[in-house]
Write a protein that binds this ligand. Structure first.
Ligand code: 4AD
Ligand code: MG
Length: 463
C-alpha cells in the first residue's frame, strides 16, 4: 500500500471500463434483491462513491462486515451510473476489510445527530458530511492565505508561542510554568521564586504575534504570521475559543487606509478561493446549514465594504430606535448586538469601523490629532460580528512612551518595542484575523467549536 494510490475524487473522472480500487470508510450499505449498494467516502471530496456488489461476487460473510463506519477497499470496474447526480459508480469484483465497526457500538450509526452530540465524538465526526466539508474548506482557506500573501511579496514568519511579555493587553493569558507539580492531593508549588521558574520570569502563551511581527516588518517590510494564539477568558460563547488560529500581517510604510485595503482584498480573495475550490462543500452548507450562504459570499466578493468611523456608527445606533440590551453612547465598547445591527440591518454587508476612542483600544494604536481617538479598525461581518481587528501603530517614540505609562503598563518591559521607534521608525500598520471566525463566515456554521478539529474552551481540552 502506498499513499500515491488514487483518491475517490479521481475515480469519478475515470472512463467507464477502467479497473480501479477505492479505499475509504463506509457511510451506508443497503441490500436489495440480488444487489448491495455501498456509499464509500475517503474525505477527498464531498460526494460518496457508490459501489454496487452483485450477490455472489464477494463472500457473503465478508460483505456483512461492510457496515457504517467500517474501513474497506473495493476493487472493481468503473461503470456508467443510472443514478442521478453521479456519472459513474464502481461495480465490485473484490473486497478487502481493514477495520470493522460494530453496528451495536459504533457511535455515529444514525444520520441527524446533534452538533452537541458530535462534539463529544469529535474524534469520529470528520467521517460525516458536515465535518468532512468543514475540514476541506479549512484546508483550502489555509492554502488561500499563503497564496494571497505570497503573491504580494509578504514574508511568512513564525512568532513565538511562549512569551514573557504580557504586552498586548488583548486578554487574559495562560501562564506557562514548571513551578507547579501534580500531587495526589492537588497541585504542589515546586519553586516559589519566579526567577527559579523555567524561563526565569513569569511566562505565558501568546495572545497575539503582533509585537514580534512588528520587529520583523521593520526590516522585511511586509510580513505575516499564521499560528495559534491563546486567551484565558472564562467565556463560553459561540464565537470564542481559548485556542484559536490568527493571521496577522504587518506592513511597514503603511497607513490605516492601506491596512483596510489589505483586509478587504484578503477577505474577498480568500472567499473567492473557497467558492472556486470548495463548490460541492459550500453547496451542502447552503442547503443544510445556512440558507443564502452562497448568495452572501458572492455578494461580499463583488461589493466593497462600507467604511464608517466609530463616531458615525454610534450616531446610527443611537438613532436606530432599537431596544438594545446594552445601551450605546460615545465611549462605550460596541457589543455583538450593536455590531450585528450595523452589518445586518443598517448596511447589509461587512463594515469597517475606524477611529475608536483610545480608552477602549490597545496602547500601541496611533493617536489621532484630536487626542481622543486612535487609528484602529475593526472589520465586522453579518452573523459573526468582529472578524478582524487592526490598526496603524504608534511610530512616535514620545507619544508611545506616554501611552504606555497612561495605560499603567511596566515601561521597562517594552525596551525592545520602544527600540523600534528609536532606530529607523516608520509608519506601519497591521491586523489580526481570527481564522475560525472566517471559517464560520464561509461555512455558515453557527458555533466556533464546529470549525476547528478539537476545540479548547473553559473545561474542555479533550482529545
Ligand atoms: O482584536 P484582537 O484582540 O487583535 C489583536 O490581537 C491584534 N494584536 C491583532 C493585530 O493587529 N495584529 O484579535 C484579532 C481577531 C479578532 O478580530 C477575532 O477575529 C479573533 O482575533 N479573536 C478570536 N477568535 C476566536 N476566539 C477568541 N477568543 C478570539 N479573540 C479574538
Ligand atoms: Mg478586537
Amino acid at each position: 500500500m502506498d499513499y500515491r494510490r488514487s483518491y475517490i475524487k479521481q475515480l469519478f473522472d475515470l472512463a467507464p471500463g477502467t479497473e480501479a480500487t477505492a479505499f475509504g470508510w463506509v457511510k451506508t450499505r443497503r441490500d436489495s434483491k440480488g444487489l448491495s449498494f455501498v456509499q464509500l467516502n475517503d474525505g477527498s471530496c464531498f460526494k460518496d462513491l457508490q459501489v454496487i456488489v452483485e450477490d455472489g461476487v464477494v463472500d457473503a460473510e465478508l460483505l456483512k462486515k461492510v457496515t457504517t463506519g467500517s474501513c474497506v477497499a473495493f476493487t472493481g470496474l468503473v461503470v456508467e451510473s443510472p443514478a442521478a447526480g453521479q456519472a459513474v459508480e464502481l461495480k465490485a469484483t473484490s473486497l478487502e476489510i481493514f477495520g470493522e465497526a460494530d453496528p451495536l457500538t459504533y457511535p455515529l450509526q444514525k444520520k441527524g445527530a446533534t452538533m452537541e452530540f458530535l462534539r463529544e465524538k469529535a474524534h469520529l465526526r470528520v467521517r460525516g458530511n458536515t465535518f468532512g466539508a468543514v475540514f476541506r474548506v479549512r484546508n483550502q482557506l489555509s492554502q488561500a492565505v499563503h497564496q494571497f500573501f505570497d503573491k504580494r511579496g509578504f514574508h511568512y514568519i513564525h512568532t513565538p508561542i511562549i512569551t514573557a511579555s504580557d504586552c498586548e493587553g488583548a486578554g487574559a493569558m495562560f501562564q506557562v510554568t514548571t513551578a507547579l507539580e501534580h500531587a495526589e492531593d492537588g497541585y504542589k508549588l515546586a519553586r516559589k521564586d519566579p526567577a527559579d521558574d523555567f524561563f526565569g520570569k513569569p511566562s505565558y502563551l501568546t495572545v497575539s504575534g503582533q509585537l514580534d511581527a512588528e520587529t520583523l516588518a521593520l526590516g522585511l517590510t511586509n510580513v505575516y504570521t499564521f499560528g495559534p494564539t491563546f486567551r484565558a477568558e472564562n467565556s463560553s460563547t459561540s464565537r470564542h475559543l481559548a485556542e484559536f488560529w490568527m493571521i496577522e500581517p504587518e506592513m511597514a510604510f503603511c497607513s490605516l487606509e492601506g491596512d483596510m485595503n489589505l483586509a478587504e482584498e484578503f477577505l474577498r480573495e480568500t472567499i473567492q478561493h473557497a467558492l472556486d475550490h470548495c463548490g460541492a462543500d459550500l453547496e451542502f452548507f447552503n442547503q443544510r446549514i445556512e440558507p443564502e450562504l452562497l448568495k452572501t459570499l458572492t455578494h461580499v466578493v463583488e461589493s466593497g465594504f462600507e467604511r464608517m468611523t466609530y463616531t458615525e456608527a454610534v450616531k446610527h445606533l443611537e438613532a436606530s430606535g432599537e431596544n438594545f440590551e446594552f445601551p450605546v453612547s460615545w465611549g462605550t465598547d460596541l457589543q455583538s448586538e450593536h455590531e450585528r445591527w450595523l452589518t445586518e440591518v443598517k448596511v447589509g454587508r461587512p463594515v469597517i469601523l475606524t477611529d475608536y476612542p483610545k480608552e477602549i483600544k490597545a496602547f500601541y494604536m496611533r493617536l489621532n490629532d484630536d487626542g481622543k481617538t486612535v487609528r484602529a479598525m475593526d472589520v465586522l461581518a453579518p452573523r459573526i460580528g468582529e472578524i478582524i481587528g487592526g490598526s496603524q501603530r504608534e511610530e512616535r517614540l514620545d507619544v508611545l512612551e506616554r501611552r504606555i505609562l497612561e495605560a499603567g503598563l511596566p515601561i521597562e518591559a517594552y525596551w525592545w518595542y520602544l527600540d523600534l521607534r528609536r532606530f529607523g521608525s516608520v509608519p506601519h500598520a497591521g491586523f489580526g484575523l481570527g481564522f475560525e471566525r472566517l471559517m464560520m463566515y464561509v461555512t455558515g456554521m453557527k458555533n466556533i467549536r464546529d470549525v476547528i478539529p478539537y476545540f479548547r474552551t473553559p473545561g474542555n481540552a479533550d482529545f
